[in-house]
Design a protein around this ligand. Structure first.
Ligand SMILES: Nc1ncnc2c1ncn2[C@@H]1O[C@H](COP(=O)(O)OP(=O)(O)OP(=O)(O)O)[C@@H](O)[C@H]1O
Ligand SMILES: [Mg+2]
Length: 278
């Protein structure tokens, strides 16, 4: 089982878009058993999969969310769906994700993550790794893809602690490209703090307009940077407004009638698999 986190400390670089669509393509085209985990309190990945009503229904039927992974004390929650309720802590083994289709599951995100105290040193950030170890022991999935928030938070640490690899989406623009050096410093800090065996699987250029100067500058920056050299995934994700529109009605990239986009997403996924299996 391979565990991959999508990380960048910059917001809006397509972490969620890549997480959701990598998971979809790994399952739909590559026949892998995939779990997508949404640990971003904004829960955008969840909203790309479930519409508002299905998510509310899922919560009112007491469906499990990522909150159950992190929460180890009874947590009282006020929500428009259930009023005030107390969520009891769950055992790792009882947490069952939401089934999207055969071989594709989602552990949905939860807004209440904001309310959970996650000071470092409390051990909560190890709970995601414990959950993933349980999935691994029981051979439940081939791939686990984790979507993370754009801030160096306890959630991001938890994701990296639980991961074998990380993949970094970058927007081809000067500040975004140079910003990944800061990401490297943060990731290296977490890696050495926790003694992790974590490797960078690659950098994906997203929202790409390949015939522009900013695009070729971003390519040059990554290809010539001492640390990121050789890490660039050769196919980039083209810029298309249809992606955002599709996400509004829970469509994946493969569902859009756009050959180039489908090919790009499929090639990116193949390269991710090749690198992880190398
Ligand atoms: N290739 C693309 N072309 C055009 N728009 C895109 C593309 N990929 C993603 N988007 C849109 O850009 C916005 C940001 O993408 P996304 O939410 O995936 O980024 P993110 O890095 O997860 O953001 P955040 O840091 O807030 O979590 C979304 O509206 C998404 O639909
Ligand atoms: Mg996101």
């Amino acid at each position: 089982m391979k565990v991959l986190s999508l990380v960048n400390m910059k917001g809006g670089v397509a972490k969620t878009t890549l997480a959701v669509n990598l998971a979809d393509v790994l399952n739909r085209r590559e026949g892998k058993r995939v779990l997508l985990i949404d640990i971003d309190p904004q829960f955008n990945a969840t909203q790309c999969i479930m519409n508002g009503n299905s998510y509310k229904e899922y919560l009112s039927n007491k469906g499990y969310t990522v909150l159950d992974v992190f929460n180890d004390t009874p947590l009282s929650v006020v929500s428009s769906v259930n009023g005030t309720t107390t969520i009891p802590p769950k055992k790792i083994e009882e947490i069952i994700p939401y089934n999207i289709r055969n071989g594709f599951d989602l552990l949905p995100g939860a807004l209440e993550l904001h309310r959970l105290e996650m000071g470092s040193g409390q051990g909560k950030e190890m709970r995601l790794r414990n959950y993933i170890n349980h999935l691994r022991t029981n051979d439940l999935f081939d791939w686990v893809i984790i979507d993370t928030p754009p801030t160096p938070s306890a959630w991001m640490s938890a994701a990296l602690i639980a991961s074998d690899y990380y993949l970094t989406p970058v927007r081809p623009e000067p500040l975004s490209a140079t910003g990944i050096d800061l990401l490297r410093v943060v990731v290296n800090g977490i890696t050495s703090n926790y003694g992790l065996n974590l490797s960078c699987l690659g950098v994906v250029l997203t929202m790409a307009e390949e015939n522009t100067i900013v695009f070729s500058d971003a390519v040059d920056f990554i290809d010539n940077n001492t640390y990121w050299k050789g890490k660039r995934i050769s196919k980039s994700l083209p810029k298309r407004t249809a992606i955002a529109r599709g996400q509004g009605n829970q469509s994946f990239i493969l569902d859009l009638d756009d050959h180039d986009l489908n090919i790009s997403m499929s090639r990116i996924t193949k390269e991710v698999i090749e690198r992880a299996e190398a």
